[in-house]
Design a protein around this ligand. Structure first.
Ligand SMILES: [Zn+2]
Length: 427
């Protein structure tokens, strides 16, 4: 499996570069609108959404396409196709939604360069291919346009840029790059750490070194609850001030963005913190339960959007999939493998200390504690789950640890304090 990472950066500007990139952006907008105009016509005439092939033809028929590189001019067609597809899906449930609209004529769009559209000079320098008509129209003497990039986060060593998207911002251009990474040298020596994923405790980890870790999600959840409350309050005020006409305002939008960024930051801190700890402990592999069983309703549809029970109103799902994705690539940077394994029956059904599976003897107590009558031990339910996970992975499920006391080391508890993940030893 090929590994990719994304980086964003800024293009260092001079007048010519700025002007030429703006021109490309305008052409992209033109092509987008052409494809959009055609799609809407097809829709009105036949009631069908146009196929990707049709849109490609429309774009090719436009005189503007010759100005842009091969894959660059196809991108707007894809975007229109996708916009129509997602609208078509929405329409099945809600017939009042409007079809996708045109872009503003004077506003440049983002545009894409695939591997054929640019050459890499070094990590910070690319040269973009220019087409003949483009050069002729603006009288540009060189074959290629060289751009200098400034990455916002360090560029990965040995990474190769596969594709870039140039995005116009106010007064500058941003680059989103898709970077291919070489296969990591996977570690062969070290310990295995098992992780139990959960809503209240996103990560409960047990290592072969007997260390226990609990990452509590309460801080993040309360941040989310606070954000929702505040957003609702401000939205109400905006509604009242404009006599119900407006549901949106600039400050409200800015606030949502801020909350969103805070949340993203906390999640990234969590995965970074965990990864760092794994590296310190000389981990070679991290085992998690597979995500198929998580975050799905009984009917298998995923989240239930429509239900608005009071208890559910403020309840936010913890984005475990995102968490696992982040863990995957962050651990891989250090050569630590992330393995998924079937976790059915690991968290509730078994006592990790004596291996008891009798439902009469094991109970879940208040606050996520797990008690076993057989060996008279109480421990955190998620730690119990992680221990079972580890035992299953190491094929030690049948092995029962000697002595009924087992290993009851105190877990390290990590909490989000709005800035950092601070660690306390539970008492
Ligand atoms: Zn037990």
């Amino acid at each position: 499996m090929t590994r990719y990472e994304c980086r964003t950066g800024r293009i260092c500007m001079d007048m010519t570069t700025f002007w030429m990139l703006s021109k490309m952006g305008w052409l992209a907008t033109k092509l987008y609108n052409t494809a959009m105009w055609n799609s809407r016509k097809v829709w009105e005439d036949s009631g069908k959404i146009p196929t990707g092939y049709d849109l490609q033809k429309v774009v090719l028929a436009s005189p503007h396409h010759a100005m842009l590189a091969a894959h660059t001019y196809q991108h707007p067609a894809h975007q229109v196709g996708n916009a129509f597809k997602s609208w078509f899906k929405l329409r099945k449930n809600d017939t009042t939604t409007h079809p996708p609209g045109f872009r503003k004529k004077e506003k440049p769009s983002s545009f894409l360069f695939t591997r054929y559209g640019f050459k890499i000079i070094d990590q910070n320098t690319l040269s973009l291919t220019l087409t003949k008509p483009f050069k002729e129209q603006i009288n540009y003497p060189h074959k290629r346009l060289t751009i200098k990039l400034r990455w916002s986060t360090p560029f990965p060593k040995e990474g190769v840029i596969q594709q870039i998207e140039v995005i116009p911002r106010k007064g500058y251009f941003e680059v989103h790059a898709k970077i291919m990474l070489p296969q990591p040298r996977w570690k062969t020596k070290g310990i295995v750490v098992a992780v139990d994923l959960g809503q209240k405790v996103p990560i409960a980890a047990v290592g072969e070194d007997q260390r226990l870790d609990l990452y509590k999600g309460g801080g993040i959840q309360s941040l989310k609850r606070y954000a929702n409350k505040t957003k609702k309050r401000v939205a109400k005020e905006v509604m009242a001030r404009t006599k119900g006409g407006k549901k949106w305002s600039k400050p409200l939008n800015r606030m949502s963005k801020k909350f969103n960024n805070q949340f993203k930051h906390s999640l990234h801190s969590l995965t970074t913190h965990f990864t760092r700890e794994c590296v310190k402990r000389k981990t070679k592999e991290v085992v998690i339960g597979d995500l198929k069983n998580i975050k799905k309703e009984k009917d298998g549809t995923g989240k239930r959007w429509k239900k608005k029970g009071k208890a559910q109103q403020n309840w936010q799902q913890f984005p475990l999939r995102t968490l696992v994705a982040q863990l995957g690539y962050k651990l891989a940077r250090h050569g630590i493998r992330l393995t998924e394994q079937d976790e059915r029956g690991t968290s509730k059904g078994r006592c990790s200390i004596c291996g008891c599976k009798d439902r009469k003897h094991i109970h879940r107590l208040h606050r996520g504690m797990f008690h076993c009558d057989n060996c008279k031990n109480t421990q955190h339910a998620d730690i119990n789950g992680a221990k079972n996970q580890l035992a299953r992975y190491l094929h030690q499920e049948t092995k029962v640890s000697a002595g009924s006391s087992g290993c009851l080391a105190q877990p390290l508890v990590h909490r989000w304090d709005n800035h950092n993940w601070s660690t306390i030893v539970a008492t």
